[in-house]
Design a protein around this ligand. Structure first.
Ligand code: HXC
Ligand code: NAP
Length: 281
């Protein structure tokens, strides 16, 4: 039986006190890792660490600030001895019409997502290179990094930047044994995302109907993918951006709209009529 073994590894997860960060932390602990989680709200990370168990250490850190990241990661090394991987999961996002967006609102998201990921990656990369240690940067992006996305302009721009950062560092730091990958989740209901991005139950129903799998992702699926990528089972995977979205991102392909006809007999009938019509031309 093949299982994912992270024992002996120290993993840092930003935004690890809530949602997907917390879920990944739970999986990493089940696989034997020790995990340092951070967020701006100390009570949230403390509660998460307490409930998951002693393998999790909570820290207060604001990834927008280089000084805060520097203090945080130095303390993790003092407490846990080293850092083997950094998961850049902390993010900000909200729905808004771009023509009404204030510069401060745009910056609020870009500072967390893009600057935060840069601060964490820059600090960890220098640590690994200076100490001749291998390392891994795992960035959580979204499925709209290549397409852009209406009504979430700051997030789309920042996550595209994070994707470029991932690919750039994968190549630049490969000679040092440092890997850089990204996971692009589709919809996974979390309190943080849903409260800001899902306008109501009517929208949710329509949204679900558009998903080819007719379901959201579940946390264990994401945790397993992240744990696999961080493990010694995946040493040759670097510079990858891996979607985990039940094919949701593909709905724009030209004829995919026909999948809305869920009754197969109706579909066969439509195609047959078209075939007959083409024959008689
Ligand atoms: C319009 C908004 C806004 C909103 C904030 N602003 N929220 N504008 N609609 N809902 C504007 C404010 O008006 C202000 O500008 C500026 O942004 C800064 O607001 P603050 O509240 O002071 O910012 P801050 O405290 O830094 O909070 C950052 C935040 C907040 C991003 C705005 O929502 C946050 O802390 N989020 C963290 C968690 C989160 O967002 N999780 C969701 C991740 S989900 P002015 O000029 O008015 O003062 C995700 C999923 C992607 O990324 C894919 C899903 C499928
Ligand atoms: P979430 O629960 O709101 O997670 C965001 C986390 O980031 C919170 O724990 C928050 O804690 C932390 N954070 C925000 N600003 C920070 C800062 N300046 N410094 C440190 N920590 C900060 O949302 P989620 O749904 O789990 O999202 C997690 C990740 O998955 C994000 O990268 C998101 O873009 C990505 N994603 C989610 C979905 C989805 O459907 N849920 C889809 C695609 C991608 P504090 O507020 O305490 O700081």
């Amino acid at each position: 039986m093949l299982s994912i073994d992270l024992s002996g590894k120290v993993i840092v997860v930003t935004g690890g006190g809530t949602g997907l960060g917390r879920a990944m932390t739970e999986t990493f602990v089940k696989c034997g890792a020790r995990v340092a989680i951070c967020g701006r709200r100390s009570h949230i990370v403390e509660e998460a660490a307490q409930s998951i168990g002693p393998a999790v250490r909570p820290y207060t850190c604001d990834v927008r600030s280089w000084e805060s990241v520097d203090t945080f990661l130095k303390q993790v090394i003092l407490d846990l001895g080293t850092i083997d991987a950094v998961v850049n999961n902390a993010a900000g996002n909200f729905l808004y019409a771009s023509e009404r967006l204030s510069p401060k609102g745009f910056r609020a998201v870009v500072d967390i997502v893009l600057m935060g990921t840069f601060h964490m990656s820059r600090w960890a990369g220098a640590y690994w290179i200076d100490n001749r240690r291998p390392g891994h940067i795992l960035n959580i992006v979204t499925t709209y990094t290549d397409t852009g996305c209406a009504f979430v302009l700051p997030s789309a721009a920042a996550k595209a930047g994070v994707q470029a950062l991932t690919l750039s560092l994968a190549y630049e730091w490969a000679p040092y044994g440092i890997r850089a990958n990204a996971i692009a989740p589709g919809p996974f209901p979390t309190q943080g995302a849903w409260s800001r991005l899902m306008p109501g139950s009517d929208f949710e129903e329509k949204y679900l109907q558009r998903l080819p799998t007719r379901r959201y992702g579940n946390y264990a699926e994401l945790g397993a993918l992240a744990a696999f990528l961080l493990s010694d089972l995946a040493p040759y995977i670097t510079g990858a951006v891996i979607p985990i979205d039940g094919a949701e991102r593909l709905q724009g392909a030209m004829f995919n709209y026909l999948a809305q006809i869920t009754d197969r007999e109706t579909l066969y009938h439509v195609f047959e009529m078209m075939r007959q019509a083409a024959r008689s031309e």
